[in-house]
Design a protein around this ligand. Structure first.
Ligand code: MG
Length: 277
C-alpha cells in the first residue's frame, strides 16, 4: 500500500454500489467503504475485498455501517429510523456493528463508523443512557481489534456531541466530521464545530449542502455538489491543515443518479486537489 500524503483526496464508497475499479479510475489511492445492512460480512467476503482493494491499490481508512430500515427523508424519519436510537432495532444494530468491527479486523481496516442517530440530549433520559451504553460497548469491542470507532456528525450540535463523547470516556471513540451534515440538519456552522470537536477528530467527509428551508419544519437541507453549497470548502480544508489533521479528505456524494454522482465526485476531487498542493 502506498504511504498517503496528509489531506490526500479520497472517496467514500459503498459495497454493492461502487466497484473498486471505478473508484481507482478516479485517480484516488484511499477512501472509506460502507456496507449496507444486508451485506454479507463473512471471512470469504473479507478475503475477496482484501484482494480487490489490493488489486486497485486502494487503502481503506474506515468501514461505515448502515442498517436495514434507515430513512433519511426528513428529520422525523431520521429520528425514528436511524442508528442505535430506535429501541426495536437497537440490539440487532449493535450486533451488526460488532460484526462490522470483526470484518474490518479481517480486512486490516483501522476504524469503523456509523450514524448512531439523534442522541436524546438529556443524560437523565433512559434512551440517552441506552445509546451511551451501546456506544461504549462498540468502542470496547473495537479496542480489542486496535480499532477506533467514529460517530458520524450532524445530528447533534457540536457542544452536545462533545459532552456525549466526554461522558462516554473511551479513548478510541471519536468522530467522522461531515461539514455538510451540520448544515443539512441545521445543527451549526461547520468550521466552529470542527474546531470544538478537533480533540475527537478521527476522519472527515468532504460534502456540501444548503441549509434547511425554515418555512418547512422538520425538513433537511439539500445536499449539493462540493463547492456549490454553504460549506466553505477552501476554509474547511485550510482549517483541517491548521488543526494538524493529516487523514484523507473523503469525498461523499449521496445523489441517486450514479452518472451524476461520479461526475460530481470527479469535480470534487479536482477541487480538493487544487486546494491541497
Ligand atoms: Mg457523511
Amino acid at each position: 500500500m502506498p504511504t498517503l500524503k496528509p489531506l490526500e483526496p479520497g472517496v467514500m464508497f459503498w459495497a454493492g454500489r461502487d466497484e473498486p475499479s471505478a473508484i481507482a479510475a478516479l485517480g484516488v489511492r484511499c477512501g472509506q467503504l460502507g456496507f449496507a445492512g444486508d451485506a454479507v460480512l463473512d471471512r470469504a467476503q473479507a478475503g475477496a475485498w482484501r484482494a480487490s482493494l489490493d488489486r486497485h491499490s486502494l487503502e481503506i481508512v474506515t468501514l461505515f455501517a448502515a442498517y436495514d430500515g434507515e430513512r433519511y427523508d426528513d428529520i422525523p424519519a431520521v429520528q425514528a429510523t436511524v442508528g442505535f436510537v430506535p429501541p426495536a432495532t437497537r440490539q440487532a444494530r449493535v450486533a451488526r456493528t460488532l460484526a462490522l468491527s470483526d470484518f474490518a479486523a479481517h480486512l486490516g481496516v483501522p476504524s469503523i463508523a456509523c450514524h448512531v442517530g439523534f442522541i436524546p440530549p438529556k443524560p437523565s433520559d433512559p434512551a440517552h443512557q441506552a445509546v451511551l451504553d451501546d456506544v461504549r460497548r462498540v468502542a470496547d469491542h473495537c479496542a480489542r481489534h486496535n480499532q477506533t470507532f467514529a460517530l458520524e456528525t450532524g445530528q447533534e450540535p457540536a457542544a452536545e456531541l462533545a459532552e456525549f463523547l466526554h461522558r462516554a470516556a473511551r479513548p478510541n471513540l471519536g468522530i467522522n466530521f461531515d461539514p455538510a451534515n451540520m448544515i443539512l440538519y441545521g445543527t451549526g456552522v461547520p468550521i466552529p464545530a470542527l474546531r470544538l470537536l478537533r480533540p475527537h477528530l478521527l476522519s472527515v467527509h468532504c460534502k456540501d449542502g444548503l441549509w434547511p428551508d425554515p418555512s418547512t419544519p422538520g425538513a433537511l437541507g439539500r445536499e449539493v455538489p462540493l463547492g456549490s453549497g454553504a460549506t466553505s470548502i477552501p476554509a474547511f480544508v485550510a482549517t483541517l491543515a491548521e488543526l494538524d489533521f493529516t487523514g484523507p479528505l473523503n469525498v461523499e456524494r449521496e445523489t441517486e443518479d450514479q452518472q451524476a454522482r461520479y461526475r460530481d465526485i470527479a469535480s470534487a476531487l479536482a477541487l480538493l486537489r487544487s486546494l491541497v498542493p
